[in-house]
Design a protein around this ligand. Structure first.
Ligand code: F0G
Length: 398
């Protein structure tokens, strides 16, 4: 398979894998696969689901560094479907990947590319999940891992993962946007391979969410709803659908719907005026710390995905996010972290506002596992009730 790295701003194409941004104009790069050169060697038959089933559409030539990522369940959520009065609603639970988030799809490709490029160290800034996933794959591949986190704003489960999988974890007194700009600088000077979503190879792995949705459902849904933070995932999934369509494997693309937290909503704001870029939000704040991002690097790609698929962006409050998190957990048996629940909260809002029609098939993506963020659970559910170890005391509280 042949591919180039194409600048989304100036359209110049490059053939060196080591660029992350355009050496001419600084724009974001996207992997442009020469689809005529692809020999598709998989069938969309719902079998054997995993990221590397789709290797013929991934720009990797070597043996993958894999921990068996992908193949996540697509649950039909009957309670929510009835509650909303929609034809069919599914949840693709990416929280069931090896490190507990969708990031593993990107990291298996990104870390494999680091090995292909003979790099010895990888780095990222993170609201938590990227760092957990990168540390895990770097460990497996024998690479050093360096992580910059916004101090005090990353859920405990994620910090624990990054530490235990052997990354050097540095907490900066600033937010994610600052951490990202610092890690870009440090990676340049220290020759670390940067694995944030500016890295176009990482996003190639994430596009397999689109492939799996079609593979599992057997058809293309009308709409895909997902949380948006740094805006890489929505861009990647849209690209996945687009490639399947250009290959003639599907004949439509779902409306891509990006949901943001009200306190961290630059994409939503840009969508309201149909702008093709954002105005960064200073001091973003939300209970969904994974998407507490004011200056998403992939904003242009994400807005393009939304506009070109006839999709929308919506914003949800922290209360709406927590209510959706509880609903998924209690009524559907799906445990997710707050950011992930914003997809369901967003769907409720889109239905309420008359954007989603009742005959639609909708897939919501839940990006991270409940166990990632136990502190928020205790905050919103309260602590267990403590009693004396006797039957009477237990009966009293039952
Ligand atoms: N959901 C979860 C659970 C996340 O961790 C993230 C991003 C997103 C949604 C948003 O995805 O950035 O592609 O729009 N987390 C990054 C991190 C920023 O560092 O873990 P996006």
């Amino acid at each position: 398979m042949e591919y180039s790295l194409r600048c989304v701003d100036c359209s110049r194409e490059f053939y060196e894998d080591y660029y992350y941004t355009c050496p001419e104009c600084g724009g974001l790069l996207e992997i442009k696969i020469d689809l005529a050169s692809v020999e598709v060697d998989f069938r969309l038959d719902g079998l054997n689901l995993k990221v590397w089933k789709y290797k013929s559409l991934l720009p990797i030539r070597s043996k993958p560094v894999s921990l068996f990522e992908g193949g996540t369940p697509l649950y039909r959520v009957n309670y929510i479907e009835r509650d909303l009065g929609l034809k069919s609603v599914y949840v693709k639970h990416e929280g069931l990947n090896p490190s507990g988030s969708f990031k593993d799809r990107g990291m298996t490709v990104g870390v494999t590319k680091a090995i292909e490029l003979r790099r010895s160290a990888v780095a990222c800034a993170s609201t938590g999940n990227t760092s957990a996933s990168m540390a895990m794959y770097a460990g497996k591949a024998g690479l050093k891992a360096y992580v910059l986190l916004p101090a005090g704003k990353v859920a405990l489960g994620k910090v624990a993962q990054a530490l235990m999988h052997g990354a050097k974890v540095i907490a900066i007194k600033g937010n994610f946007d600052t951490a990202l700009s610092l890690v870009r600088e440090v990676s340049e000077s220290e020759n670390f391979y940067l694995l944030n979503s500016v890295n176009p190879f990482r996003l190639e792995g994430q596009k397999t969410i689109a492939f799996e949705i079609v593979d599992e459902l057997g058809y293309v849904p009308d709409r895909v709803v997902l949380p948006v933070g740094n805006a890489g995932n929505i861009s990647a999934i849209y690209k996945g659908f687009k490639e399947l369509k250009e290959l003639g494997l599907i004949d439509s693309i779902p409306k891509m719907c990006g949901i943001q937290a009200m306190g961290a909503n630059p994409i939503y704001k840009a969508f309201l005026t149909r702008a093709d870029d954002i105005t960064p939000k200073e001091n973003p704040e939300t209970i969904a710390t994974a998407i507490r991002i004011g200056n998403p690097v992939n904003a242009k790609k994400a807005l393009n995905a939304i506009y070109n698929s006839d999709g929308v962006s919506e914003e949800v409050s922290d209360d709406e996010i927590i209510n959706a998190q509880k609903l998924l957990a209690v009524k559907e048996g799906i445990g997710v972290e707050p950011a992930s629940a914003s997809s369901i909260a967003g769907l409720y809002k889109l239905v309420r506002n008359g954007v989603v029609g009742e005959d639609e098939t909708v897939v919501c993506i839940t990006t991270g596992n409940l166990l990632k963020d136990p502190e928020t659970v205790i905050r919103v559910c309260g602590k267990p009730i403590e009693v004396e170890p006797d039957i009477e005391s237990i009966k009293k509280v039952l």
